[in-house]
Design a protein around this ligand. Structure first.
Ligand SMILES: *Cc1c(COP(=O)(O)O)cnc(C)c1O
Length: 392
């Protein structure tokens, strides 16, 4: 098999992970590696140090790779970091914030939550008063980019408050790390969690945690799980120079190393951020021109993913819209907001302005409203142009 034989993608993924990866990232998986051989372990060590340097310019930080999807990484941190006598405060405004609460409850970690609702940023005054009233809170966790809506939470302001109260700060930067510039020392984050298949543009298979080393060292024997024990995983990687405790996703790791090299080639996080931001601006202006409204006001938006309200037309059918877009080569994401009907379109991955332009054309052609006749559909906004009616 040659690189030119590689099957073509059936569609462009406009979802926030797994996302569209380059052919060269996929190609990097075409070799088998031994999980404990020195050459492979060196790749792991290089990845770990590269992740630390992407996360901060300060020293005293370390990186741990953990098998599983992003949620495994979050679960690993929460169940390894919060001690028996500690208490976790989660600032939630979407599915991923609430998932942290769920993880804590399952693991029997004492936990409280400040939920500002899916369309509002965290309430910083409430955070201060909760930390004042409840001194047993030891850890505060928040999602950076809440992928539910695309909202970018103010982690710098939150980090300053958490630091003023001397609490441990955990940031789920799953869908932002590598795509939005940040320095974890500046935001006072003790733990930053992300995964292989988001903005670094690797394939799914492991998550990673960048941690303040002094804080991580405090957590020996705290973990409530063997396989997700963050300290033990870190200690094994440190002492055995890149060795994972259990079978590692070798092909995925190799692809991730390639993805990191391509991030560098692109010009680093800053350049990638600009590409994503351009994609997102083009997407929003184009969708607005077609009559779609974003769920959030512009200032709350991230360049990562955008939630759109269903069009204000009783005949809109998301299932049909999705299928027509897929036939035209694009996969978008259903919504996850509780009270409002939405769908989401991601702007991350190996996705460029010309892809967004093609998507907007496909969206225009896929806007069919259900009409009175059973099984009848009529072209939406542009019906004066297309004047099409189909029976499905
Ligand atoms: C993707 C994502 C996760 C992890 O989800 P998995 O399906 O376990 O990979 C967690 N938090 C956020 C904000 C995410 O975007």
């Amino acid at each position: 098999m040659n690189a030119s034989d590689m099957p073509k993608n059936p569609y462009l993924l406009l979802t926030p992970g797994p996302l569209t990866t380059t052919a060269s990232v996929k190609w990097a998986m075409m070799q088998d590696w031994c999980t404990w051989d020195d050459d492979y372990k060196q790749i792991v060590q290089d990845i770990r140090s590269e992740l630390v340097s992407l996360a901060t310019s300060q020293s005293g930080y370390t990186a741990v790779l953990m098998q599983g999807s992003g949620t495994f990484g979050v679960e690993s941190v929460l169940t390894s970091a919060v001690p028996q006598n500690g208490k976790l405060l989660v600032l939630a405004n979407g599915v991923y914030g609430r998932r942290m609460v769920h993880i804590a409850r399952k693991a029997g970690i004492r936990c409280c939550v400040s939920d500002s609702g899916e369309t509002k940023p965290p309430d910083l005054d409430r955070l201060k008063s909760m930390l004042t009233i409840e001194p047993s809170i030891s850890h505060v966790a928040v999602v950076h980019c809440e992928t539910t809506t695309g909202m970018l939470n103010p982690i710098l302001e939150i980090g300053n408050i958490v630091n003023a109260f001397r609490k441990v700060f955990i940031v789920d930067a799953m869908s932002s790390f590598g795509g939005i510039p940040l320095d974890m020392a500046q935001i006072h984050a003790d733990y930053l969690i992300s995964s292989a298949n988001k903005c670094i543009q690797g394939v799914p298979g492991f998550s990673f945690i960048i941690a303040r080393e002094d804080e991580l060292r405090e957590t020996r024997d705290r973990a409530k799980s063997l396989s997700l024990d963050l300290f033990d995983q870190w200690e094994a990687m440190e002492n055995d120079h890149g060795k994972w405790r259990f079978t590692s996703p070798t092909h995925v790791v190799r692809a991730f190393a390639q993805a990191l090299a391509e991030l560098k080639e692109e010009g680093g996080i800053e350049a990638r951020y600009h590409r994503y931001a351009k994609n997102q601006l083009l997407l929003v202006s184009g969708m607005k021109a077609l009559g779609f409204q974003p769920l959030l006001p512009e200032p709350l938006h991230s360049p990562i993913i955008t939630a759109f309200r269903y069009p204000n037309h009783p005949g809109f059918d998301f299932g049909l819209f999705y299928r027509l877009l897929k036939q035209r080569g694009f996969v978008i994401y259903p919504g996850k907001v509780t009270d409002i009907d939405t769908f989401r379109i991601g702007s991350i991955g190996d996705v460029h302005e010309q892809d967004i332009s093609r998507l907007l054309q496909a969206v225009e052609r896929s806007m069919y409203w259900r009409v009175g006749i059973p099984g009848g559909w009529e072209q939406g906004l542009s019906k004066h142009r297309y004047n099409e009616r189909v029976w499905i």
